[in-house]
Design a protein around this ligand. Structure first.
Ligand code: PHE
Length: 348
């Protein structure tokens, strides 16, 4: 058997083994086995010395050709293994861009805030400015100056949270309505005319139910000036209701009583649910009350620093939570302060 045959066999064996090699450790092993100093090729080369001198050049050429072929095959295999490793790494690190993204949490305004802003916008268009007054009031501002002296039975209309005050000091309380702001605004503006709304939080010492909360918002309205009449109050409120509930909304005024207005009225809109036919929401009356109002009582004008012989005024007070309930069909006022996302996210 010639050295040429040996080389041929070695080459076939080496190449087929190389084809089955898939990692760099195995490649290094292969290189040592065939091309290394102690490798197969080196072992065969030792046979060259035993050949007749005439045969040596040809055998040497064959030998070199085999080494060249194996080196070439090795570098091709190295390239192949490198590319495969790279492909595996890419696959392992791949991002699945078909996964749906995470929904970013978007903030939104609380329905009470939204309603407050809508009310402020509508009255703003009618020339009313916003006036803010304190949530903690004295007994005088919440009641006395509003024509409710101590022991006035009408005080029963507002169950009150009183604050601890030293005995003998004036009683301090959480305002039960925004009406005390009327006195603050009048004392600030008198004798100038006024057109303001007073939005803010109010508190009542109430049993909490679907219709009553111990905290809620109110928006007070106050206009004072010469020759202001009940017709102005009616026009203002009907205009407001139309902007809020649509031009076609039917409204009505009913006589009522508040100590700080005379005459006093309550203002109703047609029930949004039954269209006036009568249902559970409107307690089968066809109407929903949305606010209390009236002409500012002469005593209150006087307490505010005005001369009731020269000026008159109207005032109204509404609850934005109640307005929102009627607007969106919300059946329980407790939702507003529940902090429940399921409720809040409906008001994007
Ligand atoms: N302050 C009254 C209430 O809380 C509402 C009201 C305001 C009525 C202004 C008349 C005038 O019920």
């Amino acid at each position: 058997m010639s050295i040429g045959d040996d080389l041929q066999r070695l080459r076939e064996q080496a190449v087929s083994q190389l084809d089955a090699t898939h990692d760099s450790a195995a490649l290094a092993e292969w290189k040592a086995r065939y091309l290394g100093k102690q490798g197969e090729l080196a072992r065969l080369s030792r046979g060259l010395g035993a050949l007749a001198p005439a045969e040596r050049p040809a055998a040497g050429q064959q030998f070199n050709a085999t080494r060249g072929a194996l080196e070439h095959a090795l570098s091709a295999a190295e390239q192949r293994v490198k590319e495969a490793a790279q492909r595996d790494a890419f696959e392992a690190e791949a991002l699945d861009i078909t996964l749906p993204g995470r929904q970013p949490a978007l903030g939104r305004l609380h329905p009470s805030t939204q309603t407050l802003r809508t009310i402020a916008t509508v009255f703003g268009e009618m020339g009313f400015q916003i006036w803010e007054s304190p949530e903690v009031e004295t007994d005088a501002f919440n009641f006395g100056l509003l024509n409710m002296p101590a022991d006035h039975p009408a005080r029963d209309m507002w169950d009150t949270f009183y604050l601890d005050t030293p005995p003998g000091d004036e009683r301090v309380l959480l305002r039960t309505h925004t009406s005390p702001g009327q006195i603050h605004a009048m004392r600030h503006y008198a004798p100038q005319p006024i057109r303001v709304i007073l939005p803010g939080k109010c508190y009542r010492y109430e049993q909490i139910t679907a219709r009553h909360e111990m905290q809620f918002h109110q928006v007070e309205g106050l206009a004072v000036g010469e020759r202001i009449s009940l017709a102005d109050l009616k026009g203002t409120l009907v205009g407001f209701a139309r902007r809020l509930y649509g031009q076609a909304v039917r409204t009505r005024f009913r006589g009522s009583y508040f100590p700080f207005t005379e005459p006093s009225v309550e203002f109703d809109i047609e029930c949004f649910l039954c269209g006036g036919n009568g249902c559970r929401v409107c307690k089968h009356s066809g109407w929903l009350e949305i606010l209390g109002a009236g002409m500012v009582h002469p005593n209150v004008l006087r307490n505010g620093g005005y001369d009731p012989a020269r000026v008159s005024g109207f005032a109204f007070g509404m609850g934005p939570e109640r307005i929102a309930m009627l607007r969106y069909g919300i059946d329980d006022i407790r939702w507003f302060f529940s902090g429940d996302e399921r409720f809040l996210q409906q008001f994007g």
